[in-house]
Design a binder for this molecule. Structure first.
Ligand code: HAM
Length: 425
C-alpha cells in the first residue's frame, strides 16, 4: 500500500520553493527594518501552555490541537500558534531583564486539526512578530503599519486588501461585555448552533467567531465591545486609530471582530484579501497585555500579529513581478560518449560553482538537441564540451535567450565566464 502525506499536510515542491524563499527573504527584511530579531522556539510544547495561554474554551485548544503523551506521560502539543511559545521563552530566559521593548519575530510550521480547505490546512506556516514591554498605542499602530508595509513590499495592491480593527478592552471590560453577551444570547439560544450554545456558558465572546450562517443574524445584532470600554481603553483605541489616520492607513471598524484566542486585550485586527474567499485573513493579531502574567511571568504588555505563508503564496503565485527565475546559470552538456569528455564536463561544472555560479550537468546521456531543450528550460546558458573543444582547451558557451555562441577558455573557466557574461552587460 502506498503511503501518502497526512491529510491537510503537504509537500512544498521545488517549483514552489523559490517563491517561498523569496517571500521569506522579503519578510525577514521588512521585520528587520522595524527592529525585530528572530526567535526560534520548539515545535512541541507542554499542552498546558496553550490551554492556559490561548484558553481552554477556544476552538484552537478545545478542538484543533494535536495533543499526545510522551513516554513519561507528560501531555505535549504540536504548537497551534507561536505567541504563547514566544511569551514562554521571554519569561524563561528573562528577556524582560534587558529592559526596553523586546521585538521578536518568527517563522515556522504550526499545527491545527481543522477541516482542510482552500487557505486552511493542518500543517501551515506562519510568519509573525511580537513586541513585548510597552502599553503605548503607538506600538499597536507600528505593528499594523509593519503589516501594511510588508504587503506593499510584496507588491500586493492596497485596493485588494482591507484592515479590520476593533477593541475588546481590558479584563474588566471584557467581563462586563461577556455578561452583556450572555444576557443578549441566552433568550436567543434557540437560534444558535450547538457549538455556540456550549460557548454561551463557557465564553460567550467566542460566539462572535462562529462562521455558521444560522448564527449570523443574532451575531450581527449583538452588543458591541466598544460600548463596554473603560475610559483608559477607550482612549487607547482612539489613539491607535489617530495614529493610523496619521500614517494614512485605511481601516474598517468591525464590531464583530474578537479573534478566536482568549489572550487578546484591547486592540484586535486582521488584514484580509479580497482574493481569498472564505478564509480571507492574510494575517491577524492584537494586544495581549495579561498573557505574560498568566504564564507566570512579570506583568508585561504585548502586541503582535501572525500571517499564513500559504495564503500569501495563494495571492502572490500568479503575480508577474514575483515570477521567479529560479534558473541555473549554466547547464553543462558533454558531447559524445568519451569518458574524458564526461570528466572534463564534471570538472568544468565544479570550477564554475567555485566561481559562485549555479550549475548542473547533463547526466542522462540525452542527445545534444534534447539536452539543449532541457537547458533552455532550466538555465540561462548551456556549455558544450566535446572532444574537439577539449583538444583546443575551450568549451562553447551558448546564451539561451539570445542564441549567441562563443568559445570560452577552460583555463580559469570561472573567471572567463564571469568576464564574458559581464562584458556583454
Ligand atoms: P491566527 O489568526 O490564529 O492568530 O492565525 C494567524 C494567521 O495564520 C491567519 O490570519 C492565517 O493567515 C494563518 N492561519 C491560521 N490558521 C491557518 C490554517 N489552518 N491554515 C492556513 N493558514 C492559517 C494567531 O495565530 C496569533 N498567534 C497571532 C498573533 C500574534 N497575535 C498576537 N501576536
Amino acid at each position: 500500500m502506498k503511503i501518502g502525506a497526512v491529510r491537510g499536510m503537504r509537500d512544498i515542491l521545488p517549483e514552489e520553493t523559490p517563491l517561498w524563499q523569496k517571500l521569506e527573504a522579503e519578510i525577514r527584511a521588512a521585520f528587520a527594518l522595524y527592529g525585530y530579531r528572530e526567535i526560534r522556539t520548539p515545535l512541541v510544547e507542554e499542552a498546558g501552555l496553550f490551554a492556559r495561554g490561548v484558553g481552554q474554551a477556544t476552538d484552537l485548544v478545545h478542538k484543533e490541537m494535536y495533543v499526545f503523551p510522551d513516554k513519561k506521560g507528560l501531555t505535549l502539543a504540536l504548537r497551534p500558534e507561536a505567541t504563547a511559545s514566544v511569551v514562554r521563552a521571554y519569561i524563561e530566559h528573562g528577556l524582560y531583564a534587558k529592559g526596553g521593548v523586546a521585538k521578536l519575530y518568527y517563522f515556522g510550521p504550526m499545527f491545527r486539526y481543522e477541516k482542510p480547505q482552500k487557505g486552511r490546512s493542518r500543517q501551515f506556516h506562519q510568519y509573525g512578530v511580537e513586541a513585548l514591554g510597552s502599553l503605548d498605542p503607538a506600538l499597536d499602530a507600528e505593528v499594523i503599519d509593519l503589516a501594511g508595509y510588508l504587503m506593499e513590499r510584496l507588491g500586493l495592491p492596497r485596493e485588494g486588501l482591507f484592515l479590520r480593527i476593533n477593541s475588546i478592552g481590558c479584563k474588566e471590560d471584557r467581563a462586563r461585555y461577556r455578561e452583556a453577551l450572555r444576557d443578549f444570547f441566552t433568550p436567543r439560544a434557540e437560534e444558535l448552533c450547538a457549538d455556540c450554545r456550549r460557548r454561551l456558558s463557557e465564553n460567550p465572546l467566542r460566539i462572535l467567531d462562529c462562521k455558521r450562517g444560522g448564527c449570523q443574524p443574532a451575531i450581527r445584532a449583538a452588543p458591541k465591545s466598544t460600548d463596554f470600554l473603560c475610559a483608559e481603553c477607550r482612549a487607547h483605541f482612539q489613539e491607535v486609530l489617530a495614529h493610523l489616520d496619521r500614517l494614512g492607513t485605511p481601516y474598517e471598524l468591525d464590531h464583530t471582530l474578537v479573534r478566536g484566542l482568549d489572550y487578546y486585550t484591547r486592540t484586535v485586527f486582521e488584514l484580509a484579501s479580497r482574493d481569498l474567499g472564505a478564509q480571507d485573513a492574510l494575517l491577524g493579531g492584537g494586544r495581549y497585555d495579561d498573557l505574560a502574567e498568566l504564564l507566570g511571568g512579570p506583568p508585561t504588555p504585548g502586541v503582535g500579529f501572525a500571517g499564513g505563508m500559504e495564503r500569501l503564496v495563494l495571492v502572490l503565485r500568479d503575480r508577474a513581478e514575483l515570477e521567479l527565475a529560479g534558473k541555473l546559470d549554466v547547464y553543462v552538456i558533454p558531447i559524445g560518449e568519451e569518458q574524458e569528455v564526461k570528466r572534463a564536463a564534471v570538472w568544468a561544472a565544479s570550477q564554475l560553482r567555485r566561481a559562485g555560479l549555479a550549475v548542473d550537468v547533463e547526466y542522462l546521456g540525452r542527445s545534444v538537441r534534447k539536452a539543449t531543450q532541457v537547458a533552455s528550460r532550466v538555465a540561462r546558458h548551456a556549455l558544450f564540451l566535446g572532444p574537439d573543444e577539449l583538444a583546443q582547451g575551450v568549451a562553447k558557451l551558448k546564451d539561451l535567450s539570445s542564441g549567441e555562441e562563443r568559445p570560452l577558455k577552460l583555463e580559469n573557466l570561472g573567471a572567463a565566464f564571469q568576464q564574458k557574461v559581464r562584458a556583454r552587460g
